[in-house]
Design a protein around this ligand. Sequence first.
Ligand code: PHE
Length: 350
Amino acid sequence: MNVDLKEQLKQHSGLAAIYDEALADIAAAAAEVELGAARVRHLGRKSRLSRLLRAIPEMPASERPLAGKLGNQVRAALEEELVVRWQALESAELEKRLEQERVDITLPGEPLAGGRMHLITQTLWEIEDIFTGLGYRIAEGPEVETDYYNFTALNTPEGHPARSLHDTFFIKGKEGVLLRTHTSPVQVRVMEKEDPPVYVIIPGRVYRRDSDATHTPMFHQVEGLAVDEHITMADLKGTLESFAKAMFGAERQVRLRPHFFPFTEPSVEVDVSCMICGGKGCRSCKHSGWLEILGAGLVDPNVFGFVNYNPDEISGFAFGMGVERIAMLKHGVTDLRMFYDNDLRFIKQF
Ligand code: PHE
């Protein structure tokens, strides 16, 4: 408040009243909106002060100088008072926010909703780790294949039932092009490019016209191929036993059962002793004590013929496993389709 002005206003009771009232309103404003309203009321066009200043020309000449001088001083003093009050409100507001919004840096942080790898990816990586640990390299090949690599060069000639529309997705309008039904064609692609010895595993997606609790139209396989001098069935069995123990536990055993694949001779299906009952027999292993985990065999000499390897000098084994099946066995998942339903309650368990 302007003390000088207060003193001078004793000569003009009308302006003194205007000044006092306005000061009181400004002081009482508790927020910026209220201050704005006070400004309109006391300094706006329709305010008493403005009306008084506008009326000066009609006043008696003797009153004009005093009214003009004091009126303008009151206006300037109130403008100043508004700014002071506005700043005070602003800093009070800031104080209050600093007080209320204080951060307690000693509180534990909120846990981040971190993502994780899908169980199939985790299982793939685990399989890759085990085999790279045994000295294998990882190789990959195309998912859209030709029937030459998917079938012909794998000793599966035209007319073979595996080629039927019933099992395989063919690409419309592209003769001889299909979605690979297994990762085995990459065996051929690797051997075309490289001379023995070859030790590779081949992870990837494969496609079959199948859909039920244990089949989806797309699934994952990991293929293995070892070609060297003097490779025998014993090497195959030893390798797969190492894998089974690393994947399912040190007590696991494997057994080979005779089977047929066009591109291996002899061919086998490989079982691992049941990790749920330890081999005694339970519902999961249908009371046999064994669970099938993959197909394998010694590379058929006819396949070597397609890649110009000499079967008199080298031999090899190959195997192919379903990643979904391995993950189901390891984690007790009963329906393969759950991997692809995208239900987070399921996925987050792993
Ligand atoms: N490709 C075969 C399948 O998908 C598995 C397999 C691979 C069998 C390698 C023998 C050797 O069923």
